[in-house]
Design a binder for this molecule. Structure first.
Ligand code: BES
Ligand code: MN
Ligand code: ZN
Length: 504
């Protein structure tokens, strides 16, 4: 899929299709208006006849509109003009590109960028169009033997901007959109792969392939013996029940000055979570293949970062293994020693994410990080608290939490803060070890998980994103979402900006 930016009149575009909006009730957008004028009222006649009302997502494809150079005109319903927000705009764009893809226009000139979206500018609309288009055309048939190949898929989308002076801004927005879409696609494809294919070894191979493609990226992988030497007893206790080899992926992106402290991203990479001896019920257990979506988002964000050639240093850490029951598996009550030296009583083997994360968080110290952000499908309780709309964010440094919340707002990949108060930390008491791996009682499960991680992050500024509700959707449209790659990439983009402006 190719994107470009252009300015000019809709009447004069020699394109397979010109895409314009229609508002409710039956009102033409400015670009549609000019097509109407040129064609002697062709469009307004159709509206009067009631062919399209302008409801959001409605489409009407016209051929041979008089005096218009394009082969087709696609009218797209945009709903009420003053009520277009982020989600509405995404539905409009998605309806348009899906329709074009299915009806033989291989390229188009898109004037939907002229629609005003509440609180958003041209840059956002262009970038979002690229992201939504790539998302809408994404197929999940990587493992189907018959692919539904389209005869004439949409290949080229030209985003129209009002003035020539808008071109540089539009082009920058396209580049950001493409980079984010690339990262999201990677995260989605890895997430959707089943546990028998996407193993820790497979993830490590993917990371190595990324390092081949992008020169500023270096990847190394720690094997089980090295983890033993480092004393990663918590991580290894999760891996104990599985015959898949655990891997600890270290991906270093060096886009900034050598001495500049890195941003460390840590992603939970459980390639399948059965729960271990504290085994999960079988209904929807297949979805626990998604328990590596934190890891996938780290690799996706590094991809976006490399595509944008961001001038900052970012390190991705991915502790990865399976959580399986077996004769060698860790048992409830077992006490293990983490890399930090703290002993942990494993009261529930299904609270495994925090066990692999805590060793990765301790390992992060060696990079002398500016900040550390971990990303994990950590708790079912997070879905109870926030549903599927927002990721949870917690942390020990309010400015960092704010940066992440803001990046969520800007990118539309939203997060919401949960508190890490002492009262919650007090739920973490073990009679036999320094800390239990679950809180007493079921209350505030996402927060007690955050408090557990906080015990291992005292030496640096840290935040935790719980993406249990946002990383994938269940049901008929089951699939990974690629979240929070947009949030994390925005966070890095914003950090690069503030850095270069503050040094002026
Ligand atoms: N990977 C799960 C969390 C999860 C469950 C995410 C369902 C999305 C949907 C995690 O490893 C887990 O099992 N957490 C337990 C923790 C509990 C034992 C304290 C949970 O949430 O039930
Ligand atoms: Mn679990
Ligand atoms: Zn898990």
């Amino acid at each position: 899929m190719e994107f470009s930016v252009k300015s000019g009149s809709p009447v004069k575009q020699r394109s397979a299709c010109v895409v314009v909006g229609v508002f409710e009730p039956r009102r033409l957008s400015p670009a549609a208006e000019s097509l109407d004028e040129a064609s002697g009222g062709h469009l307004s006649a159709l509206l009067r006849r009631g062919d399209i009302e302008g409801h959001i997502g409605q489409t009407l494809l016209l051929h041979h509109v008089p005096k218009v150079l394009a082969e087709r005109v696609l009218l797209v319903g945009c709903g009420k003009e003053r009520e277009v927000g982020d989600k509405e705009y995404q539905r409009i764009v998605s309806a348009a590109v899906t329709h074009l893809n299915d009806t033989g226009s291989m390229e188009c000139a898109d004037y939907l960028t002229e629609i005003s979206v509440k609180g958003r500018d041209l840059h956002w609309k262009v970038r979002n169009t690229v992201e939504v288009t790539r998302g809408a055309l994404h197929r999940t048939d990587q493992l189907k033997s018959q692919k539904d190949d389209l005869r004439r898929p949409l290949r080229k989308l030209t985003l129209m901007v009002p003035k020539r002076s808008d071109l540089p801004n539009g082009e920058a927005a396209v580049r950001e959109g493409e980079a984010i879409a690339e990262g999201v696609m990677l995260a989605k494809s890895l997430g959707d792969l089943p546990g028998n294919i996407c193993t820790p070894t497979y993830l490590a191979k993917q990371a190595r392939a990324m390092a081949k493609k992008y020169t500023p990226l270096k990847v190394s992988v720690l094997e089980k013996a090295q983890m033993e030497k480092l004393g990663m007893g918590a991580l290894l206790s999760v891996s104990a029940g599985s015959s898949e080899a655990p891997k600890f992926i270290i991906a270093e992106y060096k886009g900034g000055k050598t001495k500049e402290k890195p941003i460390v991203l840590v992603g939970k990479g459980i390639t399948f979570d059965t729960g271990g001896i504290s085994i999960k019920p079988s209904a929807t257990m297949d979805e626990m293949k998604y328990d590596m979506c934190g890891a996938a988002s780290v690799l996706g964000t590094l991809t976006a970062c490399a595509e944008l050639q961001l001038k900052c240093n970012v390190i991705g850490l991915v502790p990865s293994c399976d959580n399986m029951p077996s004769g060698e598996a860790t048992k409830p009550g077992d006490i293990v020693t983490s890399m930090s030296g703290q002993t942990i009583e494993v009261l529930n083997t299904d609270a495994e994410g925090r066990l692999i994360l805590c060793d990765a968080l301790t390992y992060s110290e060696r990079f002398d990080p500016d900040v550390v952000v971990d990303i994990a499908t950590l708790t079912g309780a997070c879905i109870v608290a926030l549903g599927h709309h927002a990721s949870a964010v917690m942390g020990n440094h309010p400015p960092l939490v704010h940066e992440l919340l803001n990046a969520g707002k800007t990118s539309g990949d939203r997060a919401w803060e949960l508190p890490l108060w002492n009262e919650y930390d007090e739920q973490l008491k073990s009679n036999f070890a320094d800390i239990p791996n679950i809180g007493s009682g079921r209350d505030a499960g996402s927060i007690t998980a955050g408090c557990f991680l906080a015990r291992f992050t005292k030496k640096y500024h840290w935040a935790h994103l719980d993406i249990a509700g946002t990383a994938w959707v269940s049901g008929a449209k089951k699939g990974a979402t690629g979240r929070p790659v947009p949030l994390l990439t925005q966070f890095l983009i914003d950090r690069c900006k503030t850095k270069s402006t503050s040094k002026k």
